[in-house]
Design a protein around this ligand. Structure first.
Ligand code: FAD
Ligand code: MG
Length: 323
């Protein structure tokens, strides 16, 4: 996730008569805010409410924390009995598994045994032993998820799916569709830093989204993304982490080592058309590093990505455009 700052603007000329509605809710363990513009207040209000309902619907389907969700049911049972899931879950999992394959497993939706072992949100989180990490790592293997005729099964005991690095992006794309169905052309969808910027901002120009500088106070940005019917998603190591003996242990895990990804990246922001893909990409690039990713970039859909690197205490940023 990450803080993206909306660079403030005001209504000019023809947009003055537009009505604006903003709805905010806590879901997906983050703050979701949708602001949309329409010719009537009623239309704007209705669309913003429908947007939040859509996020809540997706959370009920894909959360690993809600007992009735498809993902929870898979995690409980799929190692012993195939689990019947909705067509939508099949579609999300199939696309996510394809993505895992394209990253050769740097992104792996079966990361949950390692996420649970590191448990960075615990009151007093601990660094696991190498033995514990090895045991959890054996259960992380996207190739051992089988989807057949609407059923999901695992080929190994103890496997668990975690869509924490993908489902906020998927939700942002779905909210975009819902708003379009409501006739909305201009809106800002913010799912805890997963942004989808529809149409144009109040100043009738592309939305300007500032990327938070990881080293500075909240509100200070180092780069401005201009977005119109585009998404921008950020993954960073400086929001969800714990510190032990002077070392930072964050929430983006390298499936190969079982440890938090240990490159020199502080954050990765990806822009493009699909928030689902940008969400997975921001996490994947964080794990792989830019050098590895540049070798395989033609397999992915995005416009550009911006990384912040930590070079012996000083941070720098670099922008990689997709040719
Ligand atoms: P991203 O970089 O986009 O994703 C990082 C997250 O992806 C990690 O936190 C981990 O979950 C997972 N991940 C780590 N390494 C990898 C890897 N190599 N490959 C693939 N995935 C990886 N959190 C709660 O504490 N309680 C909740 O009830 C809860 N409900 C959620 C429901 C949904 C539907 C979603 C999408 C998320 C929910 N979360 C919940 C939050 C989630 O667990 C992550 O903390 C959050 O999504 C991190 O997102 P990010 O944008 O910060 O980072
Ligand atoms: Mg991500």
């Amino acid at each position: 996730m990450l803080i993206l700052l909306l660079i403030a603007t005001s209504f000019p000329g023809c947009r003055e008569k537009e009505k604006k509605a903003t709805e905010t809710a806590m879901c997906l363990d983050t703050i979701v805010t949708v602001t949309c513009y329409a010719d009537t207040q009623e239309k704007a209000d209705k669309a913003a409410k429908a947007a939040i309902s859509e996020v809540q619907r997706i959370e009920l389907l894909l959360s690993a924390y809600i007992e009735t969700s498809d993902i929870y049911q898979i995690n409980q049972n799929a190692a012993t009995t195939p689990v019947k899931v909705s067509d939508e879950t099949v579609s999300v999992l199939s696309k996510a598994l394809d993505f895992c394959e394209k990253t050769s497993g740097a992104f792996d939706i079966t990361i949950k045994p390692l996420v649970e072992l590191w448990n960075i949100k615990a009151e007093n989180p601990q660094v696991p032993t190498d033995e514990q990490i090895g045991a959890a790592r054996d259960k992380v293997d996207y190739k051992s998820v089988v989807i057949e005729d609407g059923y999901v099964r695992f080929l190994k005991e103890g496997m668990k799916i975690d869509l924490g690095g993908a489902a906020k992006g998927y939700a942002a794309d779905k909210v975009f569709e819902v708003l379009k169905k409501h006739g909305i052309k201009n809106a800002l969808i913010d799912l805890g830093g997963n942004i989808y910027a529809m149409g144009r901002s109040e100043s009738d120009a592309p939305w300007k989204i500032g990327l938070q500088d990881p080293d500075k106070e909240r509100g200070e940005h180092f780069y401005v993304m201009e977005l119109s019917d585009k998404t921008c998603v950020t993954s960073g190591s400086y929001e969800r982490y714990f510190e032990k003996d002077g070392k930072i242990y964050h929430h983006i895990i390298d499936p190969e080592t079982g440890y938090p990804a240990d490159g020199n990246l502080l954050s990765v922001s990806v822009s493009g058309d699909s928030s689902f893909e940008a969400d997975m990409l921001s996490t994947a690039i964080f794990v792989m590093g830019t050098e590895e990713f540049e070798k395989i970039k033609s397999n992915f859909n995005y416009d550009k990505y911006v990384v912040v690197t930590n070079n012996n205490g000083t941070s720098n940023h670099a922008v990689y455009e997709k040719q």
